[in-house]
Design a protein around this ligand. Structure first.
Ligand code: BJ8
Length: 385
């Protein structure tokens, strides 16, 4: 890609985390509480409506894992070990800045890790049901969302009004709509950027302190990328294999599969995982009871912890078609049983419904298998070009 073609508004997101840390300091000076969350199921609107600032503490790097393994079993998903390792080593400034932690009962590894983590900082656990269709599950989840509101009010000393919450629902929906508009610029040729360029943009939504500034930054980026696309500029050759990446969340430090796909000549036009579209695809209904609407929206998140998890199949099918992909790569983290088991059904759908080539990559945060993966990915892309 011609370097000049990358707009300033894109480069702006490369050091978003550092900018957020400065803003977090200011928020703390103004006595705002910082709330560390670990999952897409955490209703951020409630945290903000209480006057606090949510940040993601989902560990994406290898470095703290060895310390985590002194307490946790080595045969555990790297995302859990990394998140935990950052906490016990106090090497993540976002963890250090967090006054409260919010966990959720998604996968077994995470919920058992939280039992240890809660000894370190004030902790709130959301009990997530595993059904998205049983009315009793929605009732339970609504109750959990309400309890979290009470917890946040107690922690911050601020009463959350309906207007506060409604305001946050509108703001988060605005943010989600913008992220969707940016993501959908990749739906057809020419693609104005590569998947690697969009990773910091998508990840930045986990570290938003000043929401107005963030929304403005997304608007600038959408405008610049739209113009780039209209000008006919393409970040890759027209015949580059278009890949849909699904599976476990990734991020800066654990992006090796995304990077390898693009180094080998493919382009990741669509990331279905929680780093990408899964986290901003669903909007919260803006009319009616905000607690009901929040519960409904968050419970519909199509994570493999749910059974059945029809939403993920629907989303992958929709995205594969809308983004006109040539192949699907399902990347799972080792020992993430739910995504690993579900991979077989995603493969079935790719073969029998979508008629698309599919590859499952099960890996960890280390570089040990990088060259082996490169060979596999090269062969896969060659097969579909
Ligand atoms: S909504 S994907 S952020 S749980 S990769 S820790 S599932 S063993 S991260 Fe996730 Fe929420 Fe689901 Fe999204 Fe467990 Fe699997 Fe590890 Fe995972």
């Amino acid at each position: 890609m011609n370097k000049q073609a990358k707009p300033e508004s894109l480069a702006f997101f490369n050091n978003w985390a550092e900018q957020s840390l400065l803003a977090l300091d200011m928020a703390k000076e103004q006595s705002q509480l910082i709330v560390g969350a670990f999952c897409t199921y955490a209703p951020l609107e409630i945290i903000r409506a209480a006057g606090a600032v949510p940040v993601s503490l989902c560990g994406k790097r290898q470095e703290p894992i060895s310390e985590a393994e002194r307490i946790l079993p080595a045969n555990l998903c790297p995302l859990i070990k990394s998140s935990f390792g950052y906490a016990v080593t106090e090497t993540c400034p976002f963890y250090n800045a967090s006054d409260i932690l919010i966990g959720e009962t998604t996968c077994d590894g995470k919920k058992k890790m939280f039992e240890i983590l809660k000894k370190l900082k004030p902790f709130y656990l959301l009990h997530l049901p595993y059904s998205q269709t049983d009315p009793a599950a929605l009732a339970l989840w609504k109750d959990q969302v309400w309890s979290m509101k009470l917890f946040m009010e107690k922690q911050t000393g601020k009463n959350i009004t309906q207007q506060d919450l409604q305001h946050q629902i509108l703001k988060y929906n605005e943010q989600r709509r913008l992220l969707k508009s940016i993501a959908w610029l990749m739906a057809d040729h020419p693609v104005p950027v590569k998947g690697m360029d969009l990773l910091p943009v998508f990840e930045s939504s986990s570290f938003v302190v000043d929401m107005a500034r963030y929304i403005q930054s997304l608007e600038n980026l959408f405008k610049d990328l739209s113009e780039l696309k209209k000008s006919g500029f393409s970040a890759c050759p027209e015949n580059a294999p278009r890949i849909l990446l699904t599976g476990c969340p990734i991020g800066k430090g654990s992006e090796k599969v995304l990077r390898l796909i693009e180094e080998c000549g493919g382009v990741v036009v669509c990331m279905e995982n929680c780093t990408g579209i899964k986290s901003f695809d669903l909007l919260v209904e803006e009319q009616g009871d905000p607690y009901h609407n929040l519960a409904l929206r968050y419970l519909r998140t199509p994570c493999s912890c749910m059974t059945p998890n029809q939403g993920r199949f629907d989303l992958v099918r929709q995205l594969a078609q809308e983004f006109k992909v040539n192949g699907i790569i399902d990347q799972t983290w080792q020992f993430c049983h739910t995504y690993n088991v579900e991979s077989n059904s995603i493969q079935d759908m790719a073969a029998n419904t979508l008629n698309l080539p599919f590859m499952h990559i099960d890996t960890d945060y280390s570089d040990n298998d990088t060259e082996q993966l490169r060979t596999r990915i090269e062969a896969f892309l060659e097969m579909i070009s």
